[in-house]
Ligand binder design. Structure first.
Ligand code: FAD
Ligand code: NAP
Length: 316
């Protein structure tokens, strides 16, 4: 493992809305700050079509908001590096972040790794992933112009992204119950849209194809037990999210499902390790709440590092 020379005040893992805001607050408070990201800055914003519940913008496309957030959060001098973080090691007063063959040393770490999409776990899903099965309407929607689509799920993602997909064709939202979990405003909009149809009380049992691409699905009505086969070209899966926290489970900071537990200051049970955004155990996973968490953690890290410097007699 190649240990990097510079010791940072704070390392932020992940550059979605939570991580970017933490970087803004930490670097603006003059902390030496490193953001490690294993993909492109923006997190889930890059997979989001229209955002209309982030104050300051009546409506903005997710990727555009990601770009604006990234530019504004990096302007106080935070460093950035590519890194797929696999572990954090507590080394006395320091926290060592291991990413691939490199390791980075810091006084504090803010975990902002977000979540990933849950799979349906039905036959054909993996085989046809990227060949008719998609988890991202904004990335793949345009491939399905005038094609027959289904969207699976009944939460905000399924209903909002399903409605977005109607610009390419008719959309059938398949949900396992007879009422939606999505916010009322998203439901109302979908119900009013003539291009959105719903199939209630129904689960997808199999995604079928011709060996190269999706050609249909087998769906079962959970109330009647009836199984129907439907020819379709695309399946968009939006059945919930899971925490991106495997790398941190041995720290004892996650609950049974892997969500990271913090107090209101975003502090985990390990001093000097904070968590923000969707990866955190919380009730509302939104851009606004990720940003709020990031501000709190950046500010809290500043106070933690002041105390750290006093305790370990490091010159400021
Ligand atoms: P994320 O945005 O998930 O970012 C996490 C980042 O961490 C990613 O860039 C990832 O690559 C990186 N990362 C993960 N693991 C590692 C690792 N081990 N090493 C290095 N980097 C790592 N919310 C709204 O308020 N309005 C909306 O309209 C809206 N639409 C949505 C539409 C969809 C389809 C989805 C899925 C979500 C939507 N949300 C919306 C929710 C919102 O996107 C999230 O709440 C928000 O992005 C959470 O931010 P975050 O920073 O916690 O995590
Ligand atoms: P979610 O709210 O957990 O909804 C998941 C949906 O999938 C539920 O309707 C659930 O059914 C269904 N489901 C779960 N497992 C299934 C399975 N195996 N088979 C079939 N259906 C299954 O997830 P989400 O919609 O992806 O939202 C994730 C987070 O992002 C939420 O916090 C949400 O608020 C946020 N988000 C916000 C916006 C916005 O503000 N505009 C947009 C998108 C996402 P049940 O209802 O029966 O449980």
């Amino acid at each position: 493992m190649e240990q990097q020379e510079k010791i940072y005040d704070v390392i932020i893992i992940g550059s979605g809305p939570g991580g970017m805001t933490a970087a803004l607050y930490a670097s603006r408070a003059n902390l030496s700050t490193l953001v490690l990201e294993r993909g492109v800055p923006g997190g889930e914003l890059l997979n989001t079509a229209e955002v209309e519940n982030y104050p300051g913008f009546d409506s903005i496309m997710g990727p555009e908001l990601a770009d604006k957030m990234h530019k504004s959060s990096m302007r106080f001098g935070a460093d950035q590096a590519y890194g797929d973080v696999k572990r954090i090691v507590v080394d006395g007063a320091y926290r060592i972040v291991e990413a691939g063959k490199k390791s980075y040393k810091a006084k504090a770490v803010i975990i902002a790794t977000g979540s990933y999409h849950r799979k349906l776990n039905v036959p054909g899903e993996d085989q046809y992933n990227g060949r008719g099965v998609s988890y991202c309407a904004v990335c793949d929607g345009a491939f399905f112009r005038n094609k027959d689509l289904i969207v699976v799920g009944g939460g905000d993602s399924a209903v909002e992204e399903g409605t977005y997909l109607t610009q390419f064709g008719d959309v059938n939202i398949v949900h396992r119950r007879d009422s939606l979990r999505a916010q009322k405003i998203l439901q109302d909009r979908a119900f009013k849209n003539e291009k959105v149809n719903f199939t209630w009380d129904t689960v997808v049992e199999e995604i079928q194809g011709d060996g190269n691409k999706v050609t249909g699905v087998a769906m079962k009505n959970v109330k009647t037990g009836e199984v129907v086969q439907q020819n379709i070209d695309g399946v968009f899966v939006y059945v919930g999210i899971l925490p991106q926290s495997d790398a941190f489970r041995d720290l004892g900071i996650t609950d049974a499902e892997g969500w990271i537990e913090t107090n209101e200051y975003m502090e985990t049970a390990v001093p000097g390790i904070f968590a923000v955004g969707d990866v955190r155990k919380k009730t509302l996973r939104q851009i606004t709440t990720a940003v709020g968490d990031g501000g709190e953690a950046g500010n809290r890290a500043f106070h933690y590092i002041e105390e750290w410097n006093d305790r370990y007699a490091v010159e400021k």
